[in-house]
Ligand binder design. Structure first.
Ligand SMILES: C[S@@+](CC[C@H](N)C(=O)[O-])C[C@H]1O[C@@H](n2cnc3c(N)ncnc32)[C@H](O)[C@@H]1O
Length: 248
């Protein structure tokens, strides 16, 4: 089973605490989260106005904590973007976005492209689960990942193959700034310097999906960590100059 491990456990601050701290540090007014489930992360983000999108909410906490208003859309993110003007509800572009919906890369690619249109250049997009720890948890099938992980230390962990968004963005959108962070359990990736007008990811969507769907691109996970630098959550949150990492 140890053969399965591709990276040691991330030892920074938990991703929910990082997003909570960032929302305060950046004085976030408008927040949007895709894939909300019980609302544990959503509840920790402080802001004036928030949008939550999930086809199957399982809210079990005080999601309104620290917020004036929040809008809940119980639908798939694709349907949301087909039908809804996010900025009309938010009252402007979001300051912080968290993408944590369907964990296969082609869905995340659409979520990223669709939400970028509603963002400002300085909006910070955070993405969950892009730094998997084993090959098994990065399987495209949640069922297979669960079955294969039985009895292992990482039993039932599933990130899917959303890590592929990192090489995709690096190749197709070199204009964007990407910062990978050691937030447990499975990392956070931040993207800034957005371009609401860019059509590259939608124009090349089918080519990109074809390119990254194959077996060879899944094998690229073995060398994935050699291609990225991982910044500590401490540096992101405590560095004397926050703008070294993100525009503010
Ligand atoms: C890992 S959970 C989200 C956890 C939450 N972000 C947190 O940190 O507390 C993933 C969620 O994505 C939702 N989801 C699955 N497919 C989706 C889709 N197409 N659009 C939006 N959300 C989706 C699931 O219903 C599930 O609640």
């Amino acid at each position: 089973m140890t053969d399965d491990i591709i990276h040691p456990a991330h030892d920074g601050l938990h991703y929910q605490e990082v997003l909570s701290a960032l929302s305060k540090k950046r004085s976030v007014q408008r927040y949007l989260e895709i894939g909300v489930c019980g609302g544990q992360t959503f509840a920790k983000v402080s802001c004036e106005t928030a949008i939550a999108i999930d086809p199957y909410f399982l809210l079990n906490t005080n999601v309104m904590f620290g917020k004036k208003q929040a809008f809940f859309f119980q639908m798939e993110s694709d349907s949301f973007f087909r039908t809804t003007d996010a900025n009309r509800y938010l009252g402007g572009a979001p300051d912080l976005v968290f993408l944590d919906g369907m964990h296969v890369f082609e869905y995340l690619l659409r979520d990223f492209h669709n939400v970028e249109k509603f963002c400002a250049k300085h909006t910070l997009i955070a993405i969950h689960d892009c730094l998997p720890l084993t090959r098994t948890m990065a399987n495209r099938s949640e069922e297979i990942a669960r079955e294969m992980s039985k009895g292992s230390f990482y039993e039932n962990w599933w990130t899917g193959d959303v890590w592929k968004l990192v090489p995709i963005i690096k190749k197709y959108r070199p204009d964007l700034r990407i910062v990978a962070v050691n937030a447990p359990p499975t990392g956070l990736v931040f993207i800034t310097n957005l371009d609401t007008q860019s059509q590259v990811l939608s124009d090349k969507y089918l080519d990109i999906v074809g390119e990254f769907m194959g077996e060879s691109s899944s094998k690229a996970l073995d060398s994935f960590y050699e291609t990225i630098e991982i910044v500590t959550t401490e540096a992101i949150l405590n560095h004397f100059d926050h703008s070294l990492y993100f525009r503010s």
